[in-house]
Design a protein around this ligand. Sequence first.
Ligand code: PEP
Ligand code: MG
Length: 586
Amino acid sequence: MNEIILKGIPAAPGIAIGPAYVFGHEDLSVERHPITEGQVPLEISRFEDALIQTRQEIIALQKKIAQEMGVEHGEVFDAHLLVLEDRMIIEEVISRVKKERVAVDFIFNEVLKHYASVFSRIEDEYLKERISDINDVGRRILRNLLGRKRTSFTDLDHQAVIVAHDLSPSDTASMHKNKVMAFVTDIGGKTSHTAIMAKSLEIPAVVGLESGTVQIKNGDFLVVDGSSGVVIVAPDAETLKKYQIQEEKIRGISQVLTTLKDLPAETKDGVRVTLSANIEFPEEVASVLQHGADGVGLYRTEYFYMNRKDLPSEDEQYEAYKQLADSFKERHVIIRTMDLGGDKFVSSYQFPKEMSPFMGWRAIRFCLARPDIFKMQLRAILRASTHGNLKIMFPMISGIDELRQARVLVEESKGELQRKGIPFNPEIEVGAMIEVPSAALTSDVIARESAFFSIGTNDLIQYALAVDRTNEKIAYLYEPTHPAVLKLIKGVIEAGHRAGISVGMCGEMSSEPEIALLLLGMGLDEFSMPSASILEIKNIIRSVTRERARQIAEEALGLTTGPEVDNFLKKKLRDILPDIYPVSTP
Ligand code: PEP
Ligand code: MG
C-alpha cells in the first residue's frame, strides 16, 4: 500500500506514530431466528444475564473513570444505569419474546430502534440526549447477548490512534492518555471544545479530516502530526524516519524547556508578563504547577455542570473552588462563570433547541435569565475567595449593561452571605471577557467598570469573521491574524491600558508561538493557555526584547491579509530562535 497523506486541521500539537483504532464502526446486525415455546425461558434468562453483565460493566467503568478523572466524570453513567432499569423496555422485550417466539437479540434490537426513533422525533434537547444514553446502553446489552467484546477506547488494551467521525468534549475527557496516542476526527474546528480538551490532556489531535473514517481502516499504521494537521496512512520508510527524527527533536526541545519552569516570563529588557494556564477541571492543578504557570487565567467552570444528572450544589462548587484557591495560594485563579450553551450543554437543564446556539442563549445571557442558578455559583466563588487569590470573570459580555447587571448579582450574593455571617473577600476582582465584537468596540466604556480584561479570541474571531468555530468546511476562513481581528485586539489592549487595567488573552491564539510574539509587541499583559504550551511561549518571551517585539507588531499591523501576517511572523520567529523554528518542517 502506498502512503496516503490526509490534511486536516491541527488541533493539539505533538507527533504520534502507531496503529489506527477506528471508533464507532461496529457491526451489531442481528438476524431474526424463530424459537420454540420450550426455548422461551432460556431466551429470557439470556436477556437477564446480559442485563446483569452490562450493569457490572457500567459500574466498573464508572469506578475507573471516577478514579482517573474525578467523581463528576463518572456520574454520566448514572443515566446509563437508569436506562438498564427501565421496566418499560425490559417488559416489552420479554412479552414480545413470549408472544412472537423469536430470539431475544432480534426483539431487543427492534425495541431499541423503536424507542430511539420515538425519542428522535421529540423536539427537546434533554430527551434527545437520552437517545444517546439508550443507544449506548442498548449496544452494550446487544454485545453481551451476541457474545461480542466491547469496543471502546476507555478499555483499549493497546496503544492506538483513535479515528472517529466526531467526538464530544466528554468523549475526549474519558480518554486515557497512556493508551490513546492521538486522535483524528472527520469533523470539528481548531477551537471546538473537543480540540481544547485534547490540548489539556496533551494528546496530539487533528480534526476536520472530512473522510478519515472512510480512508483509514482499523489497524492501519498512521503518523499523526497534530502541529501541522497532517495524517499519513501507511507511511513509507523515508516518511517514517523523517517523523521519528522530528519526534525526537520535539522531545529534546521540551526537555530543554523544562529548565525554564521556575524562571519568570520576562523579556530580555526586563518586561515581565504573566503566563497562566487554562483549565477545565480542578484535577489539572498538578500539571499547571508542573509547567510553571503564574496562575490560572481561565477556569472553564461549565464542565462542572456537564456529564451529570443534577446541577452542582453551592457547597460542592465551594469545595472545588476552595481546593483551587488553596493549591494556588497567592497565585491568581480567574474563575470564568458558567459558559453554558454554544457547543456545551448540560443534561440537567433543558436548553431550547436553537438555530445558532453560539449566538443564542449562552453564557452570561443564560445566567442573567436564571439568577437563582447563577447566584449559587457566585456565592460559592465568594465563599472560597477567603482561601486564596480568586477572581470572577463573566463570559460573552456584549455591552456595559450586561456587565452592570451581572455585577448587581455579585453584590446581591455578597449581601446574602453577609446577612448569614459567612466570610468572603469583599475586594474580589470582577473582570470581563472580551469576546463579542460589540464589547471590543466599546471596551473603553467597559474598562471603567472592570478590574481586568481577558480577550476570548476563540469566540471573538468567530463573531468578527462570521465563521463558526466548530465547522471544518469554513475553517480556512478562521484566521486569528486577520487584520480585522488584530485591530479589535489592539483596540481592547489600548482601551484597557488607558483605564489602567490589566489585559490578558485566554483564547487559543495566545499559545501560537509566532502570534505570541505579536501579542507581546502589542502590549498584552497576561497570556493564558493550555499548560502544555506555557514553557514554549515563555522561551519566546525570554528570547526577545519588548522593543523588538513592538517593532515586529507595528510592521505586522501594517499588512493587509492574515496569511501575509502569518508568514511575516513565522520568519521573524525563525530569526529569533532558528534552532527551534527551522525553515522547513516535514
Ligand atoms: C474564548 O472564547 O476565547 C474562550 C477562551 O472561551 P471558550 O473557548 O470557552 O469559549
Ligand atoms: Mg468563549
